[in-house]
Design a protein around this ligand. Structure first.
Ligand SMILES: [Zn+2]
Ligand SMILES: [Zn+2]
Length: 184
């Protein structure tokens, strides 16, 4: 009689104790040879966070960031307001520039914004500062974007939004990249 029983689940996973094979506590099905170099827990490649001092688990990285992030709620408001102001001014000036210069302006404004926020907030950083920055940039861009959007709704070709959107995408990407830089 042929064996029609389903394969034993345990035979499908890797053997549990083979030398020093470890398993990720978050993804128990994944074998790994990595350990967090701070707390020593096993972790899979997806869970390992590269830091300047080696691979660490997400929990250790988070604990360290809590010490690092000292921004107050007021700092977030300042970051959002500064972002809205820079975005508003940059979008206004961009409308006066030839197209190819717009992207240089976007990159310059995106790089300048973190320095402005740093000097206003005493270089305190927060886990969610980047969200305040994104919100501020979007709000500041609205006066430039909405009229174009309105023309499109009235039947103008949607290409009118391409450059303003590209401009703000570059502005956002440069500023976001700065605030999300690995900081530990
Ligand atoms: Zn750890
Ligand atoms: Zn994992």
């Amino acid at each position: 009689m042929p064996d029609t029983s389903p394969p034993d689940a345990s035979s499908l996973t890797l053997p549990a104790a083979e030398g020093d094979t470890l398993y990720c506590p978050v993804h128990p099905e994944r074998a790994t040879s990595l350990r967090c170099n701070r707390c020593g827990r096993p972790m899979c490649v997806a869970c390992a966070v590269p830091t300047p001092v080696g691979y660490r688990c997400r929990e250790c990285v988070r604990n360290q960031q809590d010490v690092f992030y000292t921004a107050t709620p007021l700092d977030l408001v300042i970051a959002a307001a500064a972002s809205a102001g820079v975005s508003l001014a940059a979008n206004y000036v961009a409308g006066l520039l030839p197209l190819f210069l717009m992207l240089f302006l976007a990159a310059a404004a995106g790089g300048l914004l973190p320095q402005i926020i740093n000097s206003l907030t005493g270089r305190r950083r927060g886990r969610y500062t980047y969200l305040a920055v994104i919100a501020g940039i979007v709000i500041g861009a609205l006066p430039a974007l909405l009229p174009n959007l309105q023309f499109i709704l009235l039947g103008a070709p949607p290409t009118a939004l391409v450059w303003p959107l590209l401009f703000n995408a570059v502005l956002l990407a440069v500023a976001y990249g700065w605030f999300r830089r690995p900081s530990i």
